[in-house]
Design a protein around this ligand. Structure first.
Ligand code: CA
Length: 627
């Protein structure tokens, strides 16, 4: 039988502040567990070792357990002992805001003591509309782990604060380089405390971080001292401050869809079963493919997600959230969260994966999946349609897309994804799951699956390196010149590759070593011309609002297609003319104005003038604007 938790939602839910609320005079602890028979607070001097220095019984009113401790507890660590029947289990507070090593005990602290110098001047980036964002997906460790970069704080949050970092060829890398590239947001793979990297062991370890343990606590292995809970909070703020100083926003990748542990997770120790969905026969359901799924639709699980997002957005001045397997989160929770987050930061961007990782008991109509995008006006979703149309399906190495020689005609699909999938009078077959380009994230490469370059290599086995770069440029131009939100993975602009000795290329490098995952900064020098092309495309996108429309109506009104044969076409967008030619022949077009991008170069200052006939070269684009 499926356990029924509705009774708890109806009769026991609590809307006030949970967790350890610190002030100099006292700390108030509140935790919610109508299932518990007894709950005690344990106080420790340290985050891992040492005897408890005091135990405080909590009093229960209608499922809410509360205790008040006089005096200044800042710097102390704490846990709860929860007794249910005859079973007692000790757990970290699910609301804890920092912790000692490996996230076992929560920390009580004065948040003001974690603010780096200048923090009060740090503010999120201003964004008029989602389509103005240019997102760069990055893993904290990948950024600085490789020895080709002169970072002092390898693999740490602090690497983002380093200035004048160079690769071995002397080229500028690090955050200075990202600012120069022109991206508007860095999207960090999960930086909340995750389970599988042992923070107490300094040997090289790796995980993407989709194995969540504590949601409101930064990951300890990215700090210079995982034992002192203040350090990780402060150093994550330093990263954000450094980015904001460059005008770059920071997006957190959040994994509320499941927890790494199930039976022994802090949620399950606090209230067994409540925070997870069950199958009809009472087992943990597995819509995440990771052993459980978070029951976002239950009152206090929903409150947890919303409280967590609001706390992170406020405390860390974040610029956005990316939701992992967003399809497992119910629509109401996300809409309620968006309303509150927009109050905290009107420029915040919210987007996620509009699918699940397996079968879920959550009704289809309540899931934040692509087909329900219209019910989630503040959320964008990744366009796997764009990804697979441009370069071929991700589940087959050989499969080809529009740019790398697909057998079938993909012209309709390409036009459709170029228009963010919105309905358009000239497109009779497409990917229509939203009517707003602000809800569509366009990409050809992310942390999952092969890198764009590796995919091109495997799908075009006889292509030369020169050819592969040429096709890479065509794909990149489509990412930056399509309607929607452009998204690239870090290093894509210098042909990021994940070769595994004797095994081809890594599809799923979530726990692969640095040798596979880290950014090889010397490639920036090796493929400088390509990186400059990406930079130019970004500059062109920023220059022309025609490439960043905000509504389906504008797209229908202002974009007009002309076919050039063989899958090539022209998209006229007011004063901007974009020719797209995936064929092996050059195509002549008629246009007047200035050329800002072709298959070789892109810049926000004109490359050359064109007056009448001009050529869009084979397997490339041409962008002409009137001024
Ligand atoms: Ca951790």
């Amino acid at each position: 039988m499926q356990p029924n938790f509705i009774e708890y939602d109806t009769n026991y839910s609590y809307s006030g502040q949970l967790g350890a609320v610190w002030s100099k005079e006292k700390t108030v602890f509140r935790m919610w567990s109508p299932a518990a028979n007894e709950v005690r607070v344990n106080i420790y001097n340290e985050g891992n070792d040492g005897e408890r220095i005091s135990v405080i019984p909590m009093l229960c009113i209608n499922g809410l357990w509360e205790a008040e401790v006089q005096g200044d507890l800042s710097g102390k660590y704490y846990t709860y002992t929860v007794r249910i029947g005859f079973i007692e289990r000790e757990t970290i507070d699910i609301y804890a805001r920092s912790a000692g090593v490996n996230g076992i005990r929560g920390m009580i602290f004065d948040p003001a003591s974690t603010c780096p110098k200048g923090w009060e001047k740090s503010s999120p980036v201003k964004l008029e509309k989602y389509t103005d964002a240019i997102i760069y997906e990055l893993h904290v460790r990948d950024f600085s782990a490789d020895e080709s970069g002169s970072f002092k704080f390898r693999g740490k949050f602090k690497a983002f604060t380093e200035k004048n970092v160079k690769n071995t060829a002397g080229d500028t890398i690090g955050l200075d380089y990202l600012a120069d590239l022109g991206i508007t947001h860095i999207h960090l793979l999960p930086v909340a405390d995750y389970f599988t990297v042992d923070e107490s062991d300094n040997k090289p370890q790796y995980n993407w971080g989709y194995d969540p343990l504590n949601y409101n606590i930064p990951e300890g292995s990215y700090s210079t001292d995982p034992y002192d809970g203040l350090v990780r909070v402060k150093e994550f703020k330093e990263l954000i401050l450094a980015a904001h100083k460059k005008g770059i926003g920071v997006v957190m990748d959040v994994v509320y869809n499941h927890t790494y542990l199930t039976m022994d997770s802090p949620f399950n120790k606090s209230f067994p079963g409540y925070y997870y969905r069950q199958t009809y026969d009472g087992y943990f359901s597995n819509g995440s493919g990771c052993g459980n799924e978070f029951a976002s639709e239950r009152e206090m699980a929903r409150k947890f997600i919303i409280d967590s997002l609001c706390y992170l957005a406020q405390e860390y001045k974040l610029d956005g959230f990316r939701f992992d397997l967003m399809g497992l989160i119910d629509i109401d929770t996300l809409n309620m969260a968006a309303e509150k987050l927009k109050e905290i930061n009107p420029s915040i961007i919210l987007y996620g994966e509009g699918w699940t990782g397996g079968a879920s008991p959550l009704e289809e109509s309540r899931r934040a999946v692509k087909s329900n995008t219209y019910k989630l006006p503040d959320y964008a979703m990744f366009s796997d349609d764009f990804r697979d149309t441009v370069k071929g399906n991700v589940f087959s190495d050989q499969s080809k897309g529009y740019i790398n020689g697909a057998d079938q005609q993909l012209e309709w699909k390409m036009k459709s994804v170029l228009c963010a999938g919105v309905r358009h009078p000239q497109i009779h077959y497409g990917h229509n799951w939203t009517d707003s380009p602000c809800q569509v994230v366009n990409y050809v490469e992310a942390h999952d699956n092969l890198t764009f370059h590796d995919k091109l290599r495997l799908s075009m086995p006889t292509a030369s390196m020169e050819d592969l770069i040429h096709i890479d440029k065509l794909g990149a131009a489509l990412v930056f010149f399509s309607q929607g939100i452009p998204f690239i993975q870090a290093g894509q602009e210098f042909l990021r590759s994940k070769p595994v000795p004797h095994c081809g290329f890594d599809h799923n490098s979530y726990a692969s070593p640095d040798s596979v995952n880290s950014l090889k900064w010397n490639r920036l020098t090796e493929f400088r011309q390509l990186a400059d092309y990406y930079k130019g495309l970004i500059a062109v996108r920023k220059k022309f609002p025609e490439l960043r429309m905000a509504s389906g109506d504008d797209i229908r009104k202002f974009i007009n297609f002309t076919d050039l044969g063989g899958g090539a076409f022209i998209a006229r967008m007011r004063s901007v003319v974009l020719a797209v030619n995936p064929t092996w022949q050059d195509r002549e077009i008629i246009a007047t104005g200035y050329i800002y991008a072709d298959g070789e170069q892109a810049s926000d200052t004109p490359l050359r003038e064109c007056d009448g006939r001009t050529v869009c070269k084979s397997r490339s684009i041409l962008l002409v604007a009137e001024e």
